[in-house]
Design a protein around this ligand. Structure first.
Ligand code: HEC
Length: 115
């Protein structure tokens, strides 16, 4: 079979849903951080890894998960939040090996904006 002239394909990669999915997946890699910097990246990481339990706005959607609007919770220094996120606690999964410390810090920066 010889190829013909009509081989042009639709620009599938430009379909918004697929692009969004790819962007979300790539957001775990440092290379795709948008120019705006860590905070945007933190938002993407949060939506990807945390919003399923802690909610899009930091208001928890599963029993037991903490809402980030709780003052005493967010009064903790970054380091102790980092430790919990890194090692997990009860139903809260561990992110050691999934997110780097720097990525966890940018997620913490993001959840501090949710109050
Ligand atoms: C599978 C559901 C789930 C996911 C996903 C999840 N969490 Fe949690 N998280 C929990 C639960 C449940 C707790 C309460 C743990 C406890 O103290 O028993 C919690 C607690 C926390 C706390 C409070 C720790 C404290 O000092 O009390 C923080 C901060 C937190 N999560 C951040 C995150 C971040 C950031 C992510 C994403 C990287 C995330 N969580 C993903 C369920 C989840």
């Amino acid at each position: 079979m010889k190829p013909t002239h009509c081989e042009r394909t639709a620009p599938i990669a430009r379909m918004p849903l697929i692009s969004a999915a790819i962007a979300a997946l790539l957001s775990v890699l440092p290379v795709s951080a948008p120019a705006a910097g860590l905070n945007d990246n933190g938002q993407q990481l949060y939506m990807l890894h945390c919003a399923g339990c802690h909610g899009m706005n930091g208001i928890s959607v599963v029993p037991d998960a903490k809402s980030f609007s709780r003052v005493e919770l967010m009064a903790q220094p970054d380091q102790s939040l980092l430790n919990v996120i890194r090692s997990g606690r009860n139903m809260m999964p561990s992110y050691l090996g999934i997110l780097s410390d720097q990525e966890i810090i940018s997620v913490i920066n993001y959840i501090r904006t949710l109050n």
